[in-house]
Design a protein around this ligand. Structure first.
Ligand code: PHE
Length: 351
């Protein structure tokens, strides 16, 4: 449209457009901008007033006026919004430059989590046993006195109870002192012959030191079959230990007494922390008691509903916490469940 044929209202629209864009860019804060907005688009605003003129125009002019004034309104709304955004951003920047906040300091990136070394070794041990045909079972930490002691040939008067004092509940139940509490559970739950492991947390009322904790992890293994021998037991243990420790370890077998096995043994491994020279973990002996084991006592088989004339078994109670310490050269068991994140962060996957 050329200027000489421009309708009379066009000049008003152009003028208002110029005025408003000046007013908008001149507004320095949100309050001033809000005033400009009201003065233009409010009920008595200049643009509102202009738009009302449509009623005074001829029919054929209305369309052109409508689209010109509507276009202006659209542009004004848009620049009001943009200006508001700019003012806000400037406000934030001003605040930042006023304070001690240094936006050039790199942010703290979030660390990728990983499994605790105890769970890691437990999972690896599970894999080894699963590959040898064992099932992995999970049994409760709150146990009956029967499963934890009586069924394992440890009646209430037995001196072996003194070595495994624990935390008793008012119900008469207790926090299991060893994963062996799962032995008769497994015998009742599974059909002989079977092979199973049951890893988990155990508790003892214990004075703590570098090698004793009130809460620690064990992994129980139980194999029930017709003809089992200490040879099977030893070979399974060797397979497990060389897989977890990733090297040939020196082991020794000593007679050991546990009321629920006969014969019973202590399988020791050479201390991986000091390599046999003596340290706080091995109490200067060079050996660490890692794995009590033996052939299942007939009384235990009976408590599990199995006839000792037909069934035999071997069992072991691996000290999972000790094994983790051996694998990583950790010299204080209290670090394992101490809850210090700096400790756990040291064990990245692949170690
Ligand atoms: N439950 C015993 C303990 O914690 C270890 C053990 C398990 C011994 C299985 C023999 C057989 O001391």
């Amino acid at each position: 449209m050329s200027s000489d044929t421009a309708p009379s209202w066009q000049a008003d629209i152009d003028r208002l457009s110029e005025q408003l864009s000046e007013a908008i860019s001149g507004a320095d804060d949100l309050e001033a901008l809000r005033a400009v907005e009201l003065a233009a688009l409010g009920r008595k605003g200049s643009l509102t007033a202009l738009m009302k003129r449509i009623g005074t125009l001829d029919k054929d002019e209305r369309k052109a006026f409508g689209s010109a004034s509507g276009g202006l309104r659209g542009r004004v709304t848009k620049s009001l919004n943009e200006r508001r955004e700019t003012i806000r951003r400037q406000g934030v920047l001003a605040e930042l430059s006023d304070s001690s906040f240094d936006e050039t300091v790199p942010g703290r990136s979030s660390e990728l989590g990983h499994v605790h070394p105890l769970n890691r070794v437990q999972m690896e041990a599970e894999d080894v046993f699963v590959s040898m045909g064992f099932e992995v079972l999970d049994y409760p930490e709150v146990e009956s006195e029967f499963n934890n002691f009586e069924a394992l040939n440890i009646p209430s008067w037995h001196p072996a109870r003194d070595m495994q004092d624990t935390f008793w509940l008012e119900s008469g139940q207790l926090l299991r002192t060893h994963t062996s509490a799962g032995q008769v559970r497994a015998m009742h739950a599974l059909k002989a012959p079977f092979r199973a492991i049951f890893p988990g947390k155990v508790y003892r009322y214990e004075a703590t030191d570098a090698s004793h904790e009130h809460t620690f992890h064990q992994l129980e293994g139980l194999m029930i079959d017709r003809h089992v021998s200490v040879g099977h037991l030893l070979d399974s243990m060797r397979t497990l230990l060389s897989a977890i420790l990733r090297r040939e370890v020196t082991v020794r077998l000593r007679p050991g007494y546990f009321p629920f096995v006969e014969p019973g043994f202590e399988l020791d491994i050479s201390c991986q922390v000091c390599e046999g020279t003596g340290c706080s973990v091995c109490k200067q002996s060079g050996w660490v008691e890692l794995l009590p084991c033996g052939l299942v006592h007939p009384n235990v088989l009976r408590a599990g509903g199995l006839d000792p004339e037909h069934w035999q078994g071997w069992a072991f109670g691996l000290g999972l916490s000790r094994l983790v310490m051996m694998r990583y050269g950790i010299d204080d068991i209290r670090l394992l469940l101490g809850g210090d994140a700096r400790f756990v962060e040291g064990f990245h996957p692949g170690t």
